[in-house]
Design a protein around this ligand. Structure first.
Ligand code: FES
Length: 140
């Protein structure tokens, strides 16, 4: 898988990959956004529902097609984001994702790991009118 780390964390990643949490669509998301890793074509779509004040993330769901790290990362992130302040999502960086996954990730696989985070962040930025992009990619 291109990752190092303890067996416990590897098992957790495989579990999220095989049994993704919050998988599917939300009926009326506040925003929904799609992104891909152009290196491989893997995609993730994140649906997010904010509370009425648009400050707190109430629900998150995702759909995707891709490697174990990208899909496990989306699944774990979907759990972590629920109840989080939207500003906390926007402040997340790759270190937060690495910490969430609990494994060392090779530079090649970092794009897999951060895809879901970038999709959610771009979705929020587009919703709040701060960014105008049709599709997120992890190529920078
Ligand atoms: Fe495509 Fe990981 S190999 S996102």
């Amino acid at each position: 898988m291109g990752i190092g780390g303890s067996d416990l964390y590897r098992q957790q990643i495989l579990d999220h990959y095989k049994n993704p949490r919050n998988y599917g669509d939300l009926d009326e998301p506040t925003f929904s956004h799609v992104g891909e890793n152009p290196m491989c074509g893997d995609t993730i779509e994140m649906d997010v529902v904010l509370d009425d004040d648009e400050e707190t993330i109430e629900r998150v769901a995702f759909e995707g097609d891709g490697c174990a790290i990208s899909q496990a990362s989306a699944s774990m992130l979907s759990e972590q984001l629920q109840g989080m302040d939207i500003e906390e999502l926007r402040a997340m960086d790759r270190d937060d994702i690495t910490e969430m996954l609990g494994v060392d990730i090779s530079p090649m696989r970092v794009k897999c790991a951060v895809l879901a985070e970038k999709v959610a962040q771009d979705g929020a930025e587009i919703y709040f009118g701060e960014k105008d992009t049709g599709k997120t990619t992890v190529e920078e």
